[in-house]
Design a protein around this ligand. Structure first.
Ligand code: CP
Length: 320
C-alpha cells in the first residue's frame, strides 16, 4: 500500500501521545502499519519524505537522552520538518520559568509540535492540556515512555511476526522506577502477550499483579520459558534508598550473564531499551550476541516515531 493511501484512511484522532494506557488496539496497530510503511520507504529511498514539510518540531528534554532525542530528531528530519532542540541546562527553566510558560512560549514562536522528556510523572499530559499543538511524551519520570514501548513491540513483531499474542515476555530488573516497564506492560497486554516481571522483591512489588502480569523473584524460573527477555537498567537517579545490598550482588543474582545463556529457550531474544550497564543487568557478550536485537530496537525507533509524529500532526491539523 502507498503511504498516501494509508494516511488518507486512518482513523487516528489524537493530537498528542502521552501514554499507552489510553490507546486502543486499533490505534496501536495503525501506528505499527504506518511505521512499517515508513521503514520500507527508508530502506529503498534515502530521500526525505514530505509529510511534515514546513513544520517545526521542538525537542524539549529536561533529562539526558541519546536514543530517544536523536531518533525523534531523525524522524522529524526524514519527514521534512525543521527541528530545534532546546538544551534544558541553558533554557530559561534554570531562571525559574515554569514548564507551562516554557511550552506556551515555544508555541507562541509558531512551533508545530513539542517532544518533551521530564523527570515529573504527568508532565507531558500537563502540557498537552495547555497548548494547542501536538505534544509527544519522550519519557516522564517513572510514569510512561510510550514510543519506547511501541518500538519494543514493533521489534517483537518484526522478529516473531505480526501476531504476538501468546508471546512470553519477561521484563527483568528495576521495574519499580521504570517508565519503560509500565508502558510495555500496557502495550503488550493490549497485544495479547504474556508478561512476567522479575527482579528483587524490593524492585518488583506485588501491586503490579493488578496489571495482569505474572511476578517471579527467581531468575532461572523467570527466563526459562521466555521468548523475549527484556533487561532494564538500575535507575540510580530515581532511587532514594538502597533496594539491594550492592551492584555486584545484584549482578550475581539477577544479572543475565554468559553462564546463564543456557537457561534461555532456543530462539529467545534479548532486548534492552538502553543505556546498558554492561556487566550489571546484562553481560557484554550477550548484549553483542546473535540473540540481541538491541540495536534493531534503536533503528525501529525512527520509523515508529515518524508514524507517531505524522499521525498526531494529521489529527491536530484536522481539528483546526
Ligand atoms: N531508551 C531510552 O529512552 O534511551 P535514552 O535515555 O538514551 O533516550
Amino acid at each position: 500500500m502507498k503511504i498516501e493511501d494509508f494516511i488518507d484512511g486512518v482513523s487516528w484522532g489524537r493530537k498528542d501521545l502521552t501514554n499507552i494506557k489510553d490507546l486502543s488496539l486499533r490505534e496501536i496497530n495503525e501506528i505499527f502499519a504506518l511505521a512499517k510503511l515508513f521503514k520500507s520507504s527508508l530502506k529503498t529511498d534515502g530521500a526525505k519524505l514530505p509529510y511534515l514539510k514546513g513544520k517545526t518540531v521542538v525537542n524539549l528534554f529536561f533529562e539526558p537522552s541519546t536514543r530517544t532525542r536523536t531518533a525523534f530528531e531523525m524522524a522529524a528530519h526524514k519527514l521534512g520538518a525543521d527541528v530545534i532542540s532546546v538544551a534544558s541546562n541553558i533554557s530559561s527553566s534554570v531562571k525559574g520559568e515554569t514548564l507551562k510558560d516554557t511550552a506556551r512560549n515555544i508555541e507562541a514562536l509558531m512551533s508545530d509540535m513539542i517532544v518533551v522528556r521530564h523527570s515529573s510523572a504527568g508532565a507531558a499530559q500537563y502540557l498537552a492540556d495547555r497548548v494547542k499543538i501536538p505534544v509527544i511524551n519522550a519519557g516522564d519520570g517513572a510514569h510512561a515512555h510510550p514510543t519506547q514501548a511501541l518500538l519494543d513491540a514493533f521489534t517483537m513483531r518484526e522478529h516473531f511476526g505480526d501476531d504476538i499474542s501468546g508471546l512470553k515476555v519477561t521484563i527483568l530488573g528495576d521495574i519499580l522506577f521504570s517508565r519503560v516497564a509500565r508502558s510495555n506492560i500496557y502495550a503488550l497486554d493490549k497485544l495479547g502477550a504474556k508478561v512476567t516481571l522479575a527482579g528483587p522483591s524490593t524492585l518488583v512489588p506485588d501491586e503490579f499483579k493488578s496489571l495482569g502480569v505474572n511476578i517471579c523473584y527467581d531468575l532461572p524460573e523467570a527466563i526459562a520459558d521466555a521468548d523475549v527477555v527484556m533487561l532494564l537498567r538500575i535507575q540510580h537517579e530515581r532511587q532514594r534508598a538502597n533496594y539491594f545490598p550492592s551492584i555486584s550482588e545484584y549482578a550475581s543474582i539477577f544479572g543475565l550473564g554468559v553462564r546463564r545463556e543456557n537457561l534461555l529457550k532456543k530462539g529467545a531474544i534479548i532486548m534492552h531499551p538502553g543505556p546498558i550497564n554492561r556487566g550489571v543487568e546484562l553481560d557484554s557478550v550477550l548484549a553483542d550476541s546473535g540473540r540481541s536485537v538491541i540495536l534493531n530496537q534503536v533503528t525501529h525507533g525512527v520509523a515508529v516515531r515518524m508514524a507517531v509524529m505524522k499521525l498526531c500532526m494529521g489529527a491536530s491539523l484536522k481539528g483546526k
